[in-house]
Design a protein around this ligand. Structure first.
Ligand code: TTJ
Length: 640
């Protein structure tokens, strides 16, 4: 910035961006993997806004070889003309907190949770950020370092790089390693998110490229079927009972689109979006849809005689059993609440989805009686299973409450205060045995489980409850379980602050972790939402130099780095095949001791991501499974 430009305004601008650098977490949630990817979403959302305004059809996102990310669109271009404050308007976009809205005359703000915090936040947290705008026949250029403009202006305006016919905006930024623990973007999550954006915007094409590490990956996301295609993808590996059903309408000035389909499974998956942003905690749009849908379907069930006079109504969960749905609304002024500010709170959203559901679902089923009968057949089966499960549950809770403690599998800890206690779920009796002798029995409990637990994704409730491993976990945690939305789960009764899955760092270990996570996600989701579930990351290697201390290494990259750093030095390399191979001391140091172990907290921020990851991990194909473990392993944090 030139000296003459140091007026009061620009000083307060710098203070604003400095505040972002001092407390980055407040603006992007965290400085870990999630926060890092958030930078990209923040920039992409600006381009999506331009699409929503009706001016942009193509967005490209490139992970560059040098670790930077380029996002470009073919919209109108950020305005570059002189703003009343004496600088090009583009500079205000990138240096003023919450500037987004001012330059954005869209009807719909993408401000949900952490979204819409503005490109200035990305700028402040980037080592460098370059902007190229094509507008009015010229290509304009600007550049910042850690939020501070470094490009000399020409007569107060941006320099021109040359002429160009088209219009559009390109932003290239490199996250600042002074801010972020790791600066490598997580591509699996990014791709999933871009694909989701394509589904929610059927007229938008998104091109993704990954050029890192000599790669040359190119993927085009274009989903003209919109949320119908989204539902199809969510159900891709499942047995569908009907085609996806699509309804839409408008009420209360809110536009509503809903797509749903039934599959042959005992669970529901209903996702809510407001202004293209996923609402992990749901909210009023979902409650409106669910309540009206239950009403309409119970009325049909009585009308066609599936429910007799003496029968009680189906529950909402009965009627949604096997349902996959995407509810997407556009709201002019969304408000959010909840733990992570991702729960839609506007009462009119519930009215709007309720009204559209009541009108349009009825219109659809009046004309499609065969589909209606199939769908109500699902509800009927669900209700039968519910009745059996209710009996099974009473039996289990009365007869077998203490059976498992008495058969001696759980090695409980001595302390009783849940805040201090942790429980390790360990696969295999031998690893379980070593863990029992290695642990600090004061506050660490060990629960060995045998072999592979049941895959609960496909099993019915009574089968799940009959499984000994699952029963022992439910008993140990102490808070019961929930099925569908009939909720008997009470997180305040949880006996351990941390539930730590301890499995080998190989494909079998990954499979076991996934089965456990699927179990938790389906029957005890709050454990995950409230951050109680962790995966232990045992090391792959120990290096012992001729002189000095030994060191644990967690992946091949770390070994490579170690070799580079200690080029020529002699050292012994121990490779661990599994937890069972470590002695008690090693197990304590690597996996149990909070001072030295590595844990990854399990996060499910996105039901879509969760279910597609489940697909990846459950599939027979080992390739993608490896890459999942790999992506996350490198993001693991030391738990201190
Ligand atoms: C504002 O009103 C006049 C016409 O252009 C509108 C605008 O801001 N368009 C716009 C912004 N298109 N694309 C962007 C944009 C694109 C990226 C990749 C990043 C950012 C921060 C903005």
């Amino acid at each position: 910035m030139k000296k003459s430009e140091y007026n009061a305004d620009s000083i307060s601008v710098l203070e604003g961006l400095e505040a972002v650098r001092v407390r980055p977490g407040m603006y992007i949630g965290s400085t870990g993997r999630k926060g890092l990817n958030h930078l990209i979403y923040e920039i992409v959302d600006n381009a999506v806004d331009e699409h929503l305004a009706g001016y942009c059809t193509l967005i490209t996102v490139t992970l560059e070889e040098d670790g930077s990310c380029t996002v470009s669109d073919n919209g109108r271009g950020i305005p570059v003309g002189m703003h009343e404050k004496g600088v090009p308007a583009e500079r205000l976009v990138f240096t003023t907190l919450h500037a987004g809205g001012k330059f954005n005359n869209n009807a719909y703000k993408t401000s949900g949770g952490l979204h819409g915090v503005g490109s200035s936040v990305v700028n402040a947290l980037s080592e460098s950020l370059e902007v190229t705008v094509c507008v009015d026949g010229y290509k304009y250029f600007d550049k910042y370092e850690r939020g501070i403009p470094v490009q000399e202006l020409e007569n107060g305006l941006l320099p021109k790089l040359g002429r160009c016919k088209e219009t559009g905006t390109t932003v290239r930024f490199k996250p600042d390693p002074e801010i972020f623990e790791k600066t490598r973007f997580a591509s699996t999550e990014l791709k999933s998110r871009l694909h989701e954006t394509a589904y929610l915007n059927p007229k938008l094409t998104i091109e993704f490229a990954d050029l890192r590490d000599g790669r040359d990956v190119h993927i085009t996301y274009s989903e003209p079927e919109g949320i119908v295609g989204f539902v199809r993808e969510l159900n891709e590996h499942k047995e569908a009972i009907c085609d996806p059903i699509f309804i839409k309408g408008e009420a209360e000035g809110i536009s509503v689109e809903i797509a749903f389909q039934y599959v042959n499974e005992f669970q529901e998956n209903v996702l809510g979006f407001c202004n293209n942003i996923y609402n992990a905690e749901g909210g009023t749009h979902l409650t409106g849809f669910k309540a009206q849908y239950t009403q309409v379907m119970n009325a049909y069930a009585r009308e066609i005689g599936i429910l007799k006079e003496k029968d009680g109504n189906f529950t909402g969960a009965d009627i949604r059993n096997g349902m996959t749905a995407v509810v997407s609304i556009k709201h002019p002024d969304p408000r959010f609440e909840g733990q992570t500010k991702t729960k839609l709170d506007n009462p009119d959203a519930s009215k709007a989805t309720g009204k559209v559901t009541a009108d349009e679902v009825q219109r659809y089923f009046d004309r499609n009686l065969e589909v209606l009968k199939n769908v109500l057949g699902c509800a009927e089966r669900a209700a039968k299973i519910r009745h059996t499960a209710e009996k099974a549950k009473t039996n289990m809770l009365t007869k077998q409450k203490y059976s498992f403690d008495s058969n001696g599998k759980l090695a409980n800890c001595e302390k009783k205060d849940p805040k201090l206690c942790e429980i390790f779920i360990v696969e295999g009796n031998s690893a379980g045995g070593s863990a029992k002798s290695a642990r600090d029995r004061n506050y660490q409990a060990i629960l060995p489980i045998r072999g592979k637990i049941l895959n609960v994704e496909k099993a019915s409730m009574d089968k799940v409850l009959a499984n000994a491993e699952i029963k022992s976990m439910i008993n140990a945690f102490g808070c019961g379980f929930s099925e569908g939305y009939g909720n008997d789960f009470d997180i305040t009764k949880l006996r351990y602050d941390k539930i730590i899955i301890m499995a080998d760092a190989d494909v079998d270990g990954a499979h076991i972790s996934t089965l456990l996570l699927t179990l938790f996600y389906r029957f005890m989701p709050e454990l995950i939402y409230e951050g109680h579930v962790y995966v232990a990351m045992p090391p792959l290697y120990k290096v012992i130099p001729a002189k000095g201390e030994g060191e644990y290494l967690y992946d091949d990259e770390a070994l490579e780095a170690y070799r580079k750093k200690h080029r020529g030095a002699k050292f012994t390399l121990q490779r661990y095949k599994g937890l069972g191979e470590m002695d008690a001391q090693q197990l304590w140091e690597t996996t149990l001791d909070p001072k030295t172990r590595k844990l990854r907290r399990v996060e499910i921020e996105d039901g879509k991501l969760a279910s597609s990851l489940t697909e990846i991990l459950m599939g027979t194909d080992v390739g993608p499974r490896r890459s999942f473990i790999y992506e996350h392993a490198r993001d693991a944090q030391l738990d201190v």
